[in-house]
Ligand binder design. Structure first.
Ligand SMILES: [Zn+2]
Length: 156
């Protein structure tokens, strides 16, 4: 089992490899390379270890960087930690990544509904998701690579 710091280091090391892989697959498309790399790097914070009810290393780092953002992040992900058992489905390659992506879409939907009912602002979340499906897929693929690295480090 790897520590939080080891997972962070693993993700940082995987990021340029993900970028190289995306660069090669896309035949040198910069936007795809940056998106896939950013998705992988985001795995430091959108980590499978968000299933822990105790504070993770990345959450502690966020609190240190920005007290407000850090505690909001911890608050938003606490239900995820309550719902998912540590190193359960949340750590399953691809499936675990999907749980976190859907969880974030759930919050976006909740925010959209709050804005609609309190301020009469239309969010058009489904329209936005559909129009950015390719962008989101490339980012998600990068995140999935980070999660596979996490899974690998936890199991071997
Ligand atoms: Zn883990």
């Amino acid at each position: 089992m790897a520590s939080g710091k080891e997972h962070t280091l693993g993700t940082i090391l995987l990021t340029p490899l993900t970028g190289l892989f995306a660069w090669h697959l896309s035949q040198g498309d910069q936007a795809i390379t940056i998106l896939a790399s950013t998705g992988c790097l985001s795995g430091i914070f959108i980590s499978p270890d968000l299933d822990m009810q105790t504070r993770t290393v990345s959450e502690t780092t966020l609190v240190r960087w920005s007290w407000t953002i850090g505690y909001i992040w911890i608050f938003l992900w606490y239900p995820y930690a309550l719902f998912f058992k540590h190193r359960g489905i949340s750590h399953c390659p691809l499936v675990g990544t999907c749980t976190r992506l859907l969880y974030m879409v759930g919050y976006a939907f909740l925010l959209q509904e709050i804005l609609r009912h309190t301020m009469d602002i239309e969010g058009h979340l489904m329209y936005w998701l559909k129009n950015h499906a390719i962008t989101l897929s490339i980012f998600s693929a990068g995140l999935a690579i980070s999660d596979i690295g996490h899974w690998f480090m936890d199991n071997f």
